[in-house]
Design a protein around this ligand. Structure first.
Ligand code: 5AD
Ligand code: SF4
Length: 416
């Protein structure tokens, strides 16, 4: 697609500098590191100062409408002609929208936000440096030919990521690295857009993950978080004997790596989580005693409508087993209030599960209909004010639980 452009040209220094802003989950944080590493390899430099950047990239999230709205408004802000602090002539930077929203809207992004130059979905992020170079080149050429057109590029049809992108060695934090173990998700919880924008689950080869961790250790990193939408469904051939490795065996391999001091992991799906994982958490010295186990709802009827694959009783049993086996372990969860058809009785069951399980933390979300999901077809019948009320009830309850837990901990420490 081509549009008329009458702007000025970016300075040489600006063309080198990339400002990369990340919205959303840890998977996006890691994807942004991958993009940053690839851009650096291609000769670009990163900057925290948006006004010095000739290239602005938004790594985006589609999980709730609110996350998308924030990005649209940021793009609007950055595209305003003559906005403050951008220096001579307020030249519009090259703007890229990448990640889940890119996949959700594809080329329709250009209709909604004409200042965006490129759109790249999660399976195509390896192509970003090449795309940016092409757009910069095109801008200079079209400028010499008297500023005619902007080039728009979108890449959203990739089938998967090449393994090499995980090995640029770029990590945001000093001593900590995220390591992706699985991409995508095939669970199809009915409210969730992730399987549509990130594609079906693909597990990385265990040997590749171990190689990445070994290299990061050599670069001074000691703490790792293994990432996947459902880490407990991990499967890959064993690097030692070719037999299938599951998540617990992968943890065992990583636990053995010299120089690794701490291993965490997110997210665990209750359907695939077993006491064997808890035994491993208790046994492997480097594994953090931290489990994020999203319950989403306390009502069997709603859990079924969400396609979660477990019942309230099964979840409660799992939580009890965790607490019994992993002594002093932290347990956190996600909850959605106002799912289609959620009655006051359903909601009370969620409230009770929060009260009885005494999570260390709970992330509470108001249901947001997502395009093409099964839940979207179920309507959105819980009024906004009621969603807000339910959200507040759980939030207040969880705050009281967290406060009581903190006080109990302080008291037990002062009695030592
Ligand atoms: N509406 C509200 N919350 C959602 N989540 C996922 N999809 C939606 C949605 N459509 C929440 C779930 C998930 C967390 C990452 O985001 O609780 O565990
Ligand atoms: Fe979404 Fe369910 Fe997959 Fe999590 S497990 S990413 S909630 S579909």
């Amino acid at each position: 697609m081509f549009l008329i452009n009458c702007g000025q040209e970016l300075t040489k220094n600006m063309k080198k500098h990339v400002y990369l802003r990340t919205f959303g989950c840890q998977m996006n944080v890691r994807d942004s590191e991958v993009v940053a590493g690839l851009m650096k390899k291609a000769g670009f430099a990163l900057t925290d100062d948006e006004t010095k950047a000739g290239i602005v990239i938004f790594m985006t999230c589609s999980v709730r409408q609110h996350a998308e709205d924030k990005v649209w408004s940021e793009i609007g802000r950055i595209s305003k002609p003559g906005r403050k602090n951008r220096g001579a002539g307020s030249v519009r930077p090259v703007i890229g929208l990448i990640g889940c929203m890119a996949q959700n809207y594809r080329e329709r992004v250009f209709e909604r936000a004409p200042s965006v130059d490129f759109v790249v979905g999660p399976a195509d992020i390896d192509k970003i440096p090449g795309i940016v170079k092409k757009i910069l080149e095109h801008r200079s050429v079209s400028k010499q030919a008297c500023g005619l057109f902007d080039l728009k590029i979108w890449e959203t049809d990739g089938l998967g990521r090449p393994e090499h992108i995980y090995h640029t060695g770029f990590y945001e934090e000093k001593g900590h690295a995220y390591a992706v173990i699985s991409e995508g998700c095939s669970n199809f919880c009915t409210y969730c857009i992730v399987p549509y924008v990130r594609g079906p689950v693909r597990h990385r080869n265990a040997q590749d993950i171990i190689d990445e961790i070994n290299k990061a250790v050599a670069g001074g990193i000691t703490r790792f978080t293994l990432l996947g939408q459902n880490v407990n469904s991990y499967r890959s051939p064993d690097p030692l004997n070719g037999k299938p490795v599951d998540f617990v065996s992968l943890l065992k391999h990583v636990n053995r790596i010299e120089g690794v001091e701490e291993i965490g992991f997110i997210t665990s799906h209750p359907r695939d989580t077993t006491p064997r994982l808890f035994e491993a958490m208790a046994e492997f010295d480097k594994v953090r005693k931290y489990l994020h186990l999203p319950v989403q709802s306390g009502s069997d009827r709603i859990l079924r409508a969400m396609n979660r694959g477990y019942t309230r009783q099964e979840y409660l049993k799992l939580a009890r087993e965790y607490r019994r086996i992993v002594k002093g372990g932290i347990l956190t969860t996600d909850i959605i209030v106002g799912f289609p058809g959620e009655t006051k009785e359903d909601f009370c069951l969620t409230r009770d599960i929060v009260r009885d399980t005494e999570f260390d933390a709970a992330y509470i979300f108001k249901y947001s209909p997502r395009p093409n999901t099964q839940a979207e077809m179920m309507g959105d019948d819980v009024p906004r004010s009621e969603k807000e009320r339910r959200h507040k009830v759980i939030l207040d309850l969880q705050r009281a639980i967290s406060r009581a837990k903190k006080e109990a901990l302080l008291n037990s420490e002062s009695n030592l």
